[in-house]
Design a protein around this ligand. Structure first.
Ligand code: F6P
Length: 541
């Protein structure tokens, strides 16, 4: 639907339903309908979702899926997979799903077979990765590569960094990866510390190859290498991942050592393509392709499963339900897996850069809040930090719990304890503990209110057999599609990010004023001028 979804009868019906349901407690919903525990589940590939602990009934799901129909979700899925220019503000197709289509698939977009292009790049990445992993690729002094340093930021960092951490158990060639992103010199200094330039490969990852942080860090790394091994060493120790060949060349990297992608891949949707090169070198092309197959499984699920049995659709609609009808401000993502410790950070860019918009695709203002705020930490660490607020605070924070049945390593039954904690938390959040139950334990009357656990706090639980390249791919694609479905309901363009441009430009305008008496040419407000003065004073300038 183009226009204002909140004016639809489906939206109105959800508003009325919310009034009827908001007063019900999950204890009552389970008492009235114990069968919800088996019915409110869905399987997609290897992922199993339990959504019974949501403040929703079958009627809620029916109304939400009707809303999805009204929003034109079916047509929009077809438009994305068909390569239509659904990124309207940049007039681009949105085809991260093509990055993981099997070789035999065909998708012609704007006159070009994009699947063939994708596999040509994957083959080039695989050949290069194999050479590095087998030690056939030698550095300038003849030594093989031991460390890959990915220099990139945002989508050119968070994806490969998150996935490398997640899949470390598969890094079997003795090659470790490090990730440098921040313009803070502490980042590159810390990450180059202890490395031998002779055994280091730098992957400069930037879709545009114009990003200040990345180019600055890359120059520092280049200087570090050249100081140690000389100018001629660059071709053996620097490769690039980009869509911008002229800029790569200008930087001094041979475009033979460049791995490309296309403007129809958004930065935050790109680590399953060439931006994943550092990951591929670490885990190998075969494992990388298993990850792509996992992504593709979830893509096919999105494309073919009916909405009421469609995992990303259901999770997205429940996101809209809490965001827009219950007024929830945030969603916590709580992986009970230390390996997924960067997953919430990765999701923050994916979701908030995509749906943090206040105009619809046609430029008219939205009339509801969009863009869930994602945050989180791995369990059980979060339990000892912020769960207090989740259990007894005044805010409603829906949460996604993620767990794996089989660990990569186990010690003294630790993994079962990890999962027992996950299950305990979702149970306590849903059902809480009443004043009567607490009083019955002999608690003093004046202490009882402090111990009441209100419950009725909704959670999704995702269980998978094991954290593998394939299940990681499925999980990431699940959230990519949640973002897409939510964006469709809200009618926003989930694939541009104009909001980050102004600050970048202002930083460049302001930088000279930090070192010289020249005032900034644009945006000279008195508060900023005063801060510049104070900064210079503190630096003795
Ligand atoms: O500043 C935001 C952003 O444009 C992201 O969308 C992108 O992932 C990141 O910067 C890095 O951009 P690039 O890959 O072009 O260096």
């Amino acid at each position: 639907m183009s226009g204002d979804i909140t004016q639809s009868q489906e939206w109105a019906a959800l508003g009325k339903h919310h009034e009827e349901l908001a007063g019900s407690h999950l204890r009552e919903l389970f008492a009235q309908d114990p069968g919800r525990a088996t019915r409110m589940t869905v399987t997609a590939g290897d992922l199993y979702l339990d959504y019974a602990k949501h403040r929703a009934t079958q009627e809620t799901i029916d109304l939400l899926t009707a809303l999805a129909e009204r929003a034109g979700l079916r047509e929009r899925i077809a438009a994305m997979f068909g390569g239509e220019h659904i990124n309207v503000s940049e007039d681009r197709a949105v085809l991260h799903v093509a990055l993981r289509m099997p070789r035999e698939a065909e998708l012609v977009v704007d006159g070009q077979d994009v699947v063939a292009d994708v596999h040509a790049v994957l083959d080039k990445m695989s050949a290069f990765s194999d050479k590095v992993r087998s030690k056939e690729w030698k550095g300038a002094t003849g030594k093989p590569i031991e460390t890959v340093v990915n220099i990139g930021i945002g989508g050119s960092d968070l994806g490969p960094a998150m996935a490398y951490e997640a899949l470390r158990d598969y890094a079997d060639a003795g090659i470790t990866a490090r990730f440098v992103s921040n313009i803070d010199p502490a980042d590159i200094t810390g990450n180059l510390a202890g490395l031998d330039p002779a055994t280091t490969l730098v992957v400069v990852s930037s879709k545009t190859f114009t990003t200040l942080e990345t180019l600055t860090n890359a120059k520092v790394a280049r200087r570090w290498l050249v100081d140690a091994l000389g100018e001629d060493a660059v071709s053996k120790h620097f490769v690039a991942v980009s869509t911008n060949a002229p800029k790569v060349q200008e930087f001094g990297i041979d475009t033979d050592n460049m791995f490309g992608f296309w403007d129809w891949v958004g930065g935050r949707y790109s680590y399953d393509g060439a931006i994943g090169l550092s990951l591929m070198i670490a885990i190998g092309p075969e494992r990388f392709r298993e990850m792509l197959a996992g992504f593709h499984t979830m893509d096919e699920h999105l494309r073919t499963a009916p909405f009421e049995a469609n995992m990303p659709v259901l999770m997205a609609l429940l996101g809209v339900w809490y965001n827009d009808f219950f007024g929830a401000e945030t969603r916590a993502v709580l992986p009970y897996s230390q390996r997924l410790h960067r997953f919430p950070a990765y999701l923050q860019q994916l979701t908030m850069e995509s749906n943090g918009k206040s105009v619809r695709a046609d430029g008219t203002p939205v009339t509801v809040s969009t863009g869930e705020i994602f945050w989180g930490e791995p369990g059980t660490n979060g339990q000892h930090a912020f769960y207090q607020l989740l259990h007894q605070g005044t805010r409603l924070v829906p949460a996604d719990f993620i767990g794996f049945a089989e660990p990569h390593e186990d010690r003294e039954g630790m993994h079962d304890l990890l999962i027992a904690n996950l299950l305990a938390q979702t149970t306590a959040l849903a059902f809480g503990k009443t004043a009567e139950e607490i009083a019955a334990e002999g608690t003093a009357a004046e202490i009882v209110p402090h111990k009441v656990m209100p419950g009725n706090r909704p959670t999704s639980t995702i269980l998978a057999p094991k954290l593998t390249p394939s299940t990681l791919g499925q999980l990431v694609a699940l959230y990519e599609h949640i973002v897409f479905v939510e964006g469709t309901i809200w009618g926003v363009d989930s694939f541009d990010q104009w909001g980050v441009e102004l600050g970048k430009k202002m930083a460049l305008d302001l930088a000279p004023a930090l070192t010289s008496d020249e005032p900034p040419t644009t945006f000279p407000d008195t508060s900023t001028e005063e801060l510049i003065r104070k900064y210079r004073e503190l630096r003795g300038r």
